[in-house]
Design a protein around this ligand. Structure first.
Ligand code: TYD
Length: 136
């Protein structure tokens, strides 16, 4: 699977403004059980720094911009998120970090499951070890 995988949702907007629709198991490739959003983040304070064991997520920067670093242990890539209709897939076992939030940034995340701290890997070395164990 590609490390950077966007979901392009159509903008159904018109002269009245933008409108983007996400539907579980239709244009979002999982059943959405949770959504959360990050706002008022500080430009100089990055967030994330974890991977998930099982969780699938898709992140939309619906206002402003931020830079997302994605790392599958073999390859690292950075992308700017600044389009409200473009969702970045965050599959299991991808270390991700969010940097350089604009002050107006609103990052909306759709998730395939409820919050579960035991699904998080918050230590980078532990992430690499887990990947190695998966490969054998
Ligand atoms: P954290 O994982 O540190 O956020 P980020 O990945 O953006 O750096 O989450 C901050 C706190 O919020 C942490 O105590 C866990 C809690 N939290 C929930 O309770 N439910 C959730 O759905 C999320 C995403 C976080």
């Amino acid at each position: 699977m590609k490390l950077i995988d966007w979901i392009d949702l159509p903008n159904l907007g018109d002269e009245r403004g933008g409108l983007v629709v996400a539907e579980a198991s239709k244009n979002i490739p999982f059943d959405i059980k949770r959504l959360y959003y990050i706002f008022d983040a500080k430009p100089d304070i990055p967030r994330g720094f974890h991977a998930h064991k099982e969780l699938h997520q898709v992140a939309f920067c619906i206002k402003g911009k931020c830079r997302m670093l994605m790392d599958n242990g073999l390859e690292k890539q950075e992308v700017w998120m600044d389009e409200a209709n473009k969702g970045l897939m965050i599959p299991p076992m991808v270390w991700h970090e969010m940097h350089d939030f604009s002050e107006d940034c609103v990052l909306l995340v759709l998730a395939s499951d409820y919050y579960d701290e035991s699904d998080y890997i918050r230590d980078y070395q532990a992430f690499l070890v887990e990947l190695k164990n998966e490969r054998v």
